[in-house]
Ligand binder design. Structure first.
Ligand code: THU
Length: 123
């Protein structure tokens, strides 16, 4: 799948977001090297900090099926990933990251570590 296709798919998935507090619907689609894919959405909570981002939902769905860092080819996201999600994208060694910019174009970062310069790692 191209970056455009991944982001378009994430935009369709965003319709399932549970975001009654922010009304900001986010979707993310993870594409594995074996061709499988997983959609995720943001899931909010009345205790605001307990909500989860779309990227983390998509990666967690994949992880629950046995997927591990190195297995993920790409991710498409409806918007720019937050700092915490950038750390997740790096942890999962995602090779291609695409997201929709406010001007409508698609940003590409490959690999995910480009989104987190001089990234912290366990010593
Ligand atoms: N959100 C995501 O799902 N991913 C991000 O990378 C940034 C923010 C969600 C969290 C919250 O539900 C909503 O967007 C507004 O911040």
């Amino acid at each position: 799948m191209t970056g455009e296709e991944l982001v378009t798919r994430a935009e369709a998935a965003a319709a399932n977001a549970y975001a009654p507090y922010s009304n900001y619907l986010v979707g993310a689609t993870v594409l594995l090297k074996d061709g499988r894919s997983f959609d995720g959405v943001n899931v909010e909570n009345a205790a605001y900090p307990l909500g989860i981002c779309a990227e983390k939902t998509a990666i967690s769905k994949a992880a629950s099926e046995g997927v591990r860092p190195g297995d993920v080819d790409a991710i498409g996201i409806t918007a720019s990933p937050c700092g915490g999600c950038r750390q997740w994208l790096h942890e999962w060694r995602i090779e291609r990251v695409y997201f929709r910019l406010e001007n409508g174009s698609i940003a590409e970062y490959a690999p995910a570590s480009k989104l987190l310069p001089d990234t912290w790692n366990l010593p």
